[in-house]
Design a protein around this ligand. Structure first.
Ligand code: NAD
Ligand code: ZN
Ligand code: ZN
Length: 389
């Protein structure tokens, strides 16, 4: 079959690879009808996440039709149309029973390696390094789905692929980011990043009843898309994030802050000055947790920092004293996808959200390698790429 494979930094190729086979009786094989490139894929593409090997199949946002089912899998039949959550969940361990599928205790087949790094293993993920199980990803014609009897979302006939696909990742990611904020009717929610995750977080925060949502980015078409949903927007390159947020909240600061950017954030003008002073004072180097620093600084005391943005390892010079003394709550994680998707299917059925709004490019899988670059560079107005085998 054909698949998009990782061959090193900025090197994704459309390769011919062996077809997947059933390896365990709970598995299923699906024929991919649509898949997408996620911001998390960019961390692999840009070479920031360790643990990839030459030839690894990329992709963790995908859907399709079941073409083969393992002997113990009673939940699926050939022909079923499913979206596959990017977090692989056994459905039976302690964490899965609590709905914390992103930290499933069984699905990571390289659990020992992961535990050495993080203290504990986290769930297996598709197409996302050997630290999360080294599972072949979904930017491929066919995918083997482990624990497929629990790791799937059945798609109603009424939804097109474009409307359903993102239930596997960015829709529940934005929703969980907002849920983690425990939104009150008087809240201002500030969302850093107007990429696909930020877009879903903006809409989720509004649907969950925020009084005001503010979205911060520097890409005009992404800010426009957030504004169309009802958010106030801040262009961090042309405006002061600190001043604008103060103005919009009568000087109080947003109660809830969402980091939908993660480890590859750009420094914002307003914060550079503060940060540079600290950096000079201690004379050390740093990573790129600009958004985290800014959130800690602007968040209203007793507020919440919700972090769906992905971080890989160690970050430097976090003003933890400010966070502690302001009494901030930190909530974060990979998304417990299946935990939210029944609720989200209802939201979509009621017409409150049509996730396909975010798609700017729909291309054959074969053109995947060039569209990694287009998406990363935000070229050609690119916000979200869907690929079809
Ligand atoms: P993206 O790269 O398209 O979007 C990131 C956006 O952040 C860009 O528009 C960029 O201009 C903006 N940005 C950069 N620096 C900024 C700053 N200082 N302030 C404000 N905005 C800034 O990616 P995406 O697909 O939207 O994903 C966003 C993040 O969410 C990534 O880190 C991704 O790995 C993560 N993610 C996490 C989960 C999860 O389960 N927690 C799931 C999906 C994606
Ligand atoms: Zn993702
Ligand atoms: Zn589990």
């Amino acid at each position: 079959m054909k698949a998009l494979c990782w061959h090193g930094k900025k090197d994704i190729r459309y390769d011919t690879v062996p077809d997947p086979v059933i390896e365990h009786p709970r598995d299923a094989i699906i024929r991919t009808s649509a898949c997408a490139i996620c911001g998390s894929d960019l961390h692999l593409f840009d070479g920031f996440m360790p643990g990839m090997k030459h030839g690894d199949i990329m992709g963790h946002e995908f859907m399709g039709e079941v073409v083969e089912v393992g002997s113990e899998n009673k939940a699926l039949r050939i022909g079923d149309r499913v979206v596959i959550p990017f977090t692989i969940a056994c459905g039976e361990c302690d964490q899965c029973r609590r709905g914390r599928f992103s930290v499933c205790e069984r699905s990571n087949r390289n659990a020992e390696q992961a535990a050495k790094l993080f203290g504990h293993s986290t769930a297996g993920l598709f197409g996302y390094t050997h630290l999360t199980g080294g599972y072949a990803g979904g930017q491929a014609e066919y995918v083997r789905v482990p624990y497929a009897d629990t790791t799937h979302i059945r798609v109603p006939d009424s939804l097109s692929d474009e409307q359903a696909l993102f239930l596997g990742d960015i829709v529940p990611t934005g929703w969980q980011a907002a849920r983690q904020c425990d939104i009150q009717p008087s809240d201002t929610v500030a969302v850093w990043g107007a990429g696909p995750v930020g877009q879903m977080a903006v809409r989720s925060a509004l649907l969950q009843g925020a009084r005001q949502v503010v979205c911060i980015d520097r890409v005009p078409e992404r800010l426009r898309m957030a504004r169309e949903a009802g958010a106030e927007v801040i262009d961090f390159e042309r405006q002061s994030v600190l001043e604008m947020l103060a103005d919009l909240t009568a000087g109080k600061g947003p109660e809830k802050c969402i980091d939908a950017v993660g480890m590859e954030s750009h420094a914002t003008r307003t914060f550079d000055a503060l940060y540079d002073r600290a950096k000079q004072a201690v004379g050390a180097e740093t990573d790129r947790p600009h958004v985290l620093r800014e959130m800690i600084y602007v968040c209203r005391p007793a507020g919440v920092l919700s972090i769906p943005g992905v971080y890989g390892g160690l970050i430097d010079k976090i003003p933890f004293g400010a966070a502690m003394n302001k009494g901030l709550t930190w909530r974060m994680g990979q998304t417990d996808v299946r935990r939210w998707t029944d609720e989200l299917l209802d939201v979509i059925a009621r017409g409150e959200l049509d996730p396909s709004f975010v798609i700017t490019h729909s291309e054959p899988l074969q053109r995947g390698p060039e569209f990694y670059t287009t998406f990363r560079d935000k070229a050609d107005g690119c916000i979200k790429v869907v690929l079809k085998p």
